[in-house]
Design a protein around this ligand. Structure first.
Ligand SMILES: [Zn+2]
Length: 105
């Protein structure tokens, strides 16, 4: 397994490169897609409270993020069992009106 990192503007990326068997390929892709959907849904829910997440830091099936404006935390475990926690999902972001997602293109 190898990890490579890169930077684009104010964003940093890390890519894990590890060999998987052909028979695992669809399972891995399906799992990553479910994770992507779960994190997107969490991002939208936190945005309804006015938070603006800075991105996700990930370790295996666990992901964490922070609000760029108030530092509210969000923790997610995206596996067969799903756990989500943090004030970014429960407390309104101080200092700005919540985002109206119906107006986001
Ligand atoms: Zn916030």
């Amino acid at each position: 397994m190898s990890v490579s990192t890169s930077r684009a503007g104010d964003r940093a990326f890390a890519m894990v490169n590890k060999p998987i068997g052909r028979e695992q390929e669809l399972e891995v892709i399906a799992r990553e897609f479910r994770r992507y959907q779960a994190l997107r849904e969490l991002r939208n829910r936190s945005a309804l409270l006015g938070h603006e997440l800075v991105g996700w830091i990930r370790h295996d099936v666990e992901s964490i993020s922070l609000c760029a404006r108030c530092g509210a935390r969000l923790y997610a475990l995206t596996d067969s069992e799903r756990i989500e926690d943090g004030e970014a999902l429960t407390d309104p972001c101080p200092g700005r009106e919540p985002v109206d997602l119906t107006r986001v293109p």
